[in-house]
Design a binder for this molecule. Sequence first.
Ligand code: PMP
Length: 387
Amino acid sequence: MDRIYLDHASHMPVDQRVLKIAEPFLIKDFGNPSSLYSAGLEAKQSIEESRAKIARFINAENEKSIVFTSGATESNNLAIRGTAFRNLKDGKEVLASAIEHISVLNPMKELQKNGFTFNIVPVDSNGVVDLNKLDDLLTNNTIVTSIMYANNEIGTIQPIKEVSEIVHTKGRYLHVDATAAAGRIPIDIQKDSIDLLTLSSNDLYGPPGAGVLYVKPGVKVQTVMPGGGQERGLRSGTENVFAIAGMGEAARIAQKEMRKENARLEKIRDKLINEILKIDQAYLTGHPKQRLPNHASFRFSHIEGESILLNMDMYNIQIATGSACSHKTLEASHVLLAIGLKHEEAHGSMVITLGHSNKIEQVPVVVKAARETVERLRRLSPLAKKR
Ligand code: PMP
């Protein structure tokens, strides 16, 4: 049976058109962008072209606001630790929603160990940030507030414009992790008044190994990785020209094709949701409407996500359960706990994120495999037998 890949939120293939643009920088047109001979200048030129493409992608004021990093984790660290350390004398408070990625929550926990106040903004049962609580928790000492554009695990899209208005009444900077949202929904930095924004190349069908932190002009941030002073001193280390050039092209293609591709994926998503919810005790997680066009996430009572994943794999169907990044822990997902699920409910999750390779014809195959998987696991589950 052909493989059906349904885990695009954790990894994406590189678009062939992107590879065509990027590949020469690995083999033929290589050169250190800091070198002054032609090969170096050409490499530098390709980085600047990519910077311009990314600036257009998010409607940034100018190209200088785009800082290339190695990926979303590094961008999140730079945004949070970089602003916290740079603005020490103005306050030592940081704020994040309860469903942020661990690459946001963990840097904030580190700050907390070092004397910062770290508060968590709760979300409702659909995963939408509680705006009143956000307002309550903000103070004049809140240096950075991190609210993601959309959640990778439950697909919920946040009301970022409203979040931004609230954050800017008292707090200083709004950081938005747009890793899951970019390429799925249009992002306009200026319209939403965002101060710092994280992007990841691979989540746009670009090569892994590049990311971006958008830093609004005037935002005070310091490097968290001192060295040779590349990227305006904010991110030292020889640039990954291959991945950076690829990321720019990936963003250009996403901007051009997003609307059409997402209308296609939405149809597949809705059919999947409709059909999977017909399985006994299957529930949607995340917002029923305000959700990413490629995102369908569920939970099933009385069974374990790990077993669902491995059983689906026997059908050659690749799905996720909770966040790929926390798999090693086998703990219930903090996102599912934050939307109010009990531990035992949070364990039975299945996350489907669609991409280019998916087709509507795959829906019945996936639904049949999911139904058989759930029924098989429930036959084995002592919890299901107790009912
Ligand atoms: N933020 C979000 C919303 C994510 O989904 C991920 C993982 N894809 C990350 C940050 C971290 O990305 P990476 O592991 O590529 O650094």
